[in-house]
Design a protein around this ligand. Sequence first.
Ligand code: M6R
Length: 360
Amino acid sequence: GKGEYDHFMLKEITEQPTALAQAIEGRIDATSGRIGLSAFEPGSFEAIDSVQFVACGTSYHAALYGSLALNQAGVQATALLANEYSVAAPPVDETTLVIAVTQSGETADTLNALRQATAEGARTLTVTNVVGSTAAREADDALFIRAGPEIGVAATKTFSSQAVILTLLGQRIATDLRGEPSADLESLLPALESMPSRIHELLEHSNAEAIAEQYRDSQSYFFIGRGLGYPVALEGALKFKEITYEHAEGFAAGELKHGPLALVTPETPVFAIFTGQEDEKTLKNAEEARTRGAPVIAVCPDGHPAVEAADEHLAIPETDSDLAGLFANVQLQLLSYHAADLLDRPIDKPRNLAKSVTVE
Ligand code: M6R
């Protein structure tokens, strides 16, 4: 049950320290710099040349996160919407690893893409939460995120766990393909180990409820980010629209000036996510919105230059840039939750939506 919580969504947001601890348990060793993903011994991806992720909704955002991390590690990777895969899949062969990212393991669109990739001769893997799910049974291999059951229709803890597991898997793939571990493993593994306790702290001190209250009468809500902050901007907007029924959009920060800036007014707060990847450019993009009268809420560490430049601040800890976006995402989950709660929305069961979409 929900226990002391009004909604499963808040319970599941709060469970993230535990979910993440379970996700990484036994899979990393910061002292030796080792990543152990049981089925995937070092060398198990040597025959792979490129990676395609297929997924929908929040899982697609986690997949995009994983694909950008792989690109940054020098591996050819793309994230594709599973529901678009049948019309325009890039070619695959036995050197292509197709990774289906799906919390439930039962999403029809994702299973269709997985089956198509299998039929065309790709090697397949699923990253899922559900042992015994269709995706886990049908893919060549399965990697479980161990987040525990998620009841709220809005995916929360499973996004964080997927992104963390994809980060680990990406490091393993990159190591196999390039023959050496990526340089930032030394800072990534300790940052991962401390993530559960730091998320716990963030949850204790978040001012997201006050920010939700402050901007509750806005016309639209925009989310911008760059690099690994981009999938987080998309996810922030999806969560916001899904449970508040208010209009929200996520953009790559640099795209704002290529069209969306025309929508920006004093009635459209802009949440700007800073992950330590070209932050000065994102700050410039946020300032362009602020010049048009939009309130800017900076999601960044204390003491970051964006704090001074913005109207409000949602704080995240100083951490590895591979993980910063995931802390930002937790602040945005809380923002959406409180905004929806103020509007008295049926948070755990938003209209027209189902937890698992088993139709095409
Ligand atoms: O079970 P899956 O991860 O395959 O589900 C995919 C999407 O339907 C799901 O993430 C959806 O977007 C969430 N309700 C968003 O919160």
